[in-house]
Design a protein around this ligand. Structure first.
Ligand code: AMP
Ligand code: MG
Length: 340
């Protein structure tokens, strides 16, 4: 990859990891791979570095960031009054795509949590991500490394397309294997509340949190003026530039519907692809929700290359990881849903 404007570091080499750690310790911002999506990392203790992250992304100030730790001990540097439910959840889901919202320690920069007294914490499964945190020696706050509102980046090329010249460095690693952001759970609230679905499913969480509730904002547009548990749930998000509609219905009806819409494109399942006669892309097999999640954001970026007036996206069912895919698509379509 060629660029003049950003330091490109290799995730395969210790020298790249060490350099990323050094930049982060000195208050710089570095895009890093994780198993969910690429993150734009900064020291969780450095309010000025966090300010640069918000500016680089154009992220609204009221949308808090997740703090990433490499080892369980590190949690005590950022959170306090750890709830009794956490150890078993950490044992089962960490390292991995599970984020716990906990009581924040004073030392965490206030911009990280957008002024809230809570902090979202996760230990990534990506070895490169944990190596960078260890090299930096500090917990790293990192939102997705995209321009705010655009589909999240799942490859180093996506990051460069959005943030070249806006971050100090990018550490290039593997493409993201999960492909959607982590599952966020407010553990301190009673009952515990799922704020954002991800690859760790509500079904899996209920083995540990039988009273878990799913926040209303996961599947519906928050009513304007009403408070939400997590400000990040409010916006149109993950959206291609092409106007998107989410379509709910079976394959036969979806194929018939899109084939009647000449100027628009379809984002469909593999099984439907051969029968669609308008511009089209597929994002995986209908029943392989993990594959749909992994391909989702790259597919949303590619939609714009079709130069269509709009895109109709076939929604997966909402069980398992399907809930995370549906949740992202709902926002990509700015809550415009067509039920067939
Ligand atoms: P992103 O950084 O783009 O993956 O988004 C982070 C997500 O975590 C957003 O949906 C935030 O609203 C949510 N989040 C982060 N910190 C908190 C917190 N303290 N309370 C509730 N939600 C949070
Ligand atoms: Mg994001």
């Amino acid at each position: 990859m060629q660029t003049e404007k950003i330091d490109i570091l290799s995730g395969d080499r210790q020298a790249g990891i060490d350099r990323a750690g050094e930049i982060l310790r000195r208050g710089g911002i570095v895009a890093i791979p994780t198993e969910t999506v690429y993150g734009l990392a900064a020291s969780a203790f450095d309010d000025n570095a966090i300010k640069k992250v918000f500016e680089a992304k154009g992220r609204p100030q009221n949308n808090p960031l997740i703090v990433h730790i490499s080892d369980l001990d590190m949690i005590n540097e950022v959170a306090e009054d750890i709830p009794a439910t956490l150890p078993a959840l950490a044992k089962r889901f960490w390292p991995g795509p599970f984020t716990a919202v906990l009581k924040k320690k004073e030392t965490v920069a206030s911009r990280v949590s957008a002024g809230l007294d809570t902090v979202a914490v996760r230990m990534p499964a990506s070895a490169a991500a944990r190596d960078i945190i260890r090299a930096a020696g500090i917990p790293l706050a990192a939102p997705s490394a995209n321009v705010s509102g655009a589909p999240s980046p799942t490859t180093a090329a996506h990051v460069l397309a959005d943030l070249d010249g806006k971050a100090d460095a990018i550490l290039c690693g593997e493409d993201c294997s999960v492909g959607v952001e982590s599952t966020v759970v407010a553990l301190f609230s009673k009952p515990p509340r799922l704020l954002r679905p991800g690859a760790v499913t509500a079904e899996e969480l209920r083995e540990f949190l039988p009273d878990l509730i799913i926040d209303k904002a996961v599947l519906s547009e928050p009513e304007s003026g009403k408070p939400v548990a997590s400000p990040g749930m409010l916006y149109k998000h993950y959206a291609p530039r092409t106007e998107a509609f989410l379509v709910v219905g079976d394959s036969r009806d979806f194929i018939r519907f899109v084939n009647s819409k000449r100027d628009c494109a379809a984002l469909c399942f593999n099984e439907e692809f051969p029968e669609i006669t308008v511009k089209k892309l597929s994002y995986g097999e209908k029943n392989d929700k993990k594959e749909l999640a992994r391909n989702l954001f790259a597919a949303l970026r590619r939609v714009d290359t079709l130069n269509a007036q709009c895109v109709y996206i076939h929604a997966p069912d909402k069980s398992g990881v399907g809930l995370a895919v549906y949740n992202r698509l709902l926002r990509a379509a700015a809550f415009k849903v067509i039920e067939l």
